[in-house]
Ligand binder design. Structure first.
Ligand code: G4P
Length: 286
C-alpha cells in the first residue's frame, strides 16, 4: 500500500472531509467485512453526525457470513443502515439504492411536504484506504451515469455523479485513516494486507492468526494443510512447512516461508471465509 500518513496530511484530509460532508445528506461508509471495527475510523461518527448513515460491509465474499450478519445487527442498533457487499460484482447494487432511500426517508418525506420534487439525495463515499471505495464507485456508478458539472451554490471543482433520478454521488471518496497506533488494530489491518508487511513482523502476524484460527475456526488449518489431528500450536507452523515443502538449505523447516504462506492463503480466501472480529456484546465484553 502506498499511503503515507503524516499529521499534516491527516489534518488536511479531515478538513476536506468536513467541507464535503456539509454538501451531502448521506455518508456511505465502506468497511472491510473481515475486520468491521478495525477498518473504521471512529472520527466518522463525529464527522457524520446529523447525516444519514449507510455502512457497506465490503469484501463480504471473504468474510464469515454469520459474523457479517452479527455486525449488520450491531451497526443497525447504532442507527446505521447496512448492506453486505462484494464491490467487484454488480450484484446487490439494487439493494444499495433501496437502503439509501430507506435511510433518507425522513428527508424525502420532508421535501415532499414542502413541495420539493426531484431533488436527489446527495451522498459521499468514505473509508480507510484499500476497503474498495474506487471499486465500489466504479461498479455502482457503472457506465450509464454522466458526471454533472459544477453548479451554482456547489463548491467549485466538485464533481457529482448522477446515478439515477434519486441519487447523486460525490465522485471523489473521502479517505479516512485507520487507527493503526492501536496495536491490535494495526495487527488486523496487516493480516488482511492493508498495511505494508515490512512495518510488522510477518512471523508474528502469522502466529497470531494461527492462534486465532485454532480458537475460532478449529479444523480449518488441519483441513487446508493436511495436518495431523494432535498437532500442537507450537509445532503447527513446522508441520505446515514440511507439508508444503517450505524447507531451508540445511533441510530444516523454513518457518518464515510457511508463515507467509498461511497469511497469503488467508488474504486470498483459500482458508475459507473468515472474520477476525466479533461485535462487542451489550455488556461491554469482547
Ligand atoms: P480503495 O479505493 O478503497 O483504496 O480500494 P480499491 O477500490 O482500490 O480496492 C482495493 C483492492 O480490493 C483491489 O484489489 C480491489 O480489487 C479489491 N476489492 C474491492 N472490493 C472487493 C470485494 O468486494 N471483494 C474482494 N475480494 N476484493 C475487493 P487489488 O489487489 O489492489 O487490485 P486488483 O487485484 O483488483 O487489480
Amino acid at each position: 500500500m502506498n499511503y503515507q500518513w503524516y499529521p499534516g496530511h491527516m489534518t488536511r484530509a479531515k478538513r476536506q472531509m468536513q467541507e464535503d460532508i456539509r454538501l451531502i445528506d448521506l455518508v456511505i461508509e465502506l468497511v472491510d467485512a473481515r475486520i468491521p471495527q478495525s477498518s473504521r475510523n471512529p472520527d466518522i461518527d463525529e464527522l457524520g453526525k446529523n447525516k444519514y448513515r449507510l455502512i457497506l460491509m465490503n469484501k463480504a465474499d471473504l468474510a464469515d457470513e454469520k459474523r457479517t450478519g452479527e455486525w449488520s445487527r450491531f451497526f443497525r442498533e447504532q442507527g446505521c443502515f447496512t448492506v453486505s457487499l462484494d464491490a467487484r460484482s454488480r450484484a446487490g447494487m439494487k439493494k444499495i439504492t433501496d437502503q439509501i432511500m430507506e435511510a433518507c426517508r425522513e428527508k424525502l418525506e420532508r421535501d415532499k411536504k414542502r413541495g420539493i420534487k426531484n431533488r436527489p439525495v446527495r451522498a459521499m463515499v468514505v473509508g480507510i484506504p484499500n476497503v474498495g471505495k474506487s471499486t465500489f464507485i466504479n461498479s455502482y456508478a457503472g457506465k450509464a451515469c454522466a458526471k454533472t458539472g459544477n453548479r451554482p451554490g456547489v463548491t467549485k471543482g466538485k464533481q457529482w455523479i448522477r446515478l439515477n433520478k434519486e441519487v447523486e454521488l460525490l465522485d471523489t471518496p473521502g479517505i479516512l485513516w485507520p487507527k493503526f497506533e492501536d496495536q491490535a488494530v494495526g495487527m488486523r489491518l496487516a493480516q488482511i494486507g492493508s498495511i505494508r508487511d515490512e512495518i510488522l513482523n510477518a512471523d508474528e502476524l502469522s502466529l497470531e492468526l494461527i492462534g486465532f484460527l485454532q480458537r475460532e475456526y478449529p479444523g480449518i488449518l488441519a483441513e487446508r494443510y493436511g495436518l495431523s489431528e494432535d498437532a500442537k500450536d507450537s509445532d503447527l507452523l513446522s508441520e505446515i512447512a514440511v507439508r508444503r515443502g517450505c524447507i531451508g538449505r540445511g533441510g530444516e523447516p523454513d518457518y518464515s516461508k510457511a508463515a507467509a504462506l498461511v497469511i497469503d492463503d488467508f488474504r486470498s480466501g483459500k482458508l475459507g471465509r473468515i472474520t477476525l472480529e466479533v461485535p462487542a456484546r451489550k455488556d461491554g465484553a469482547d
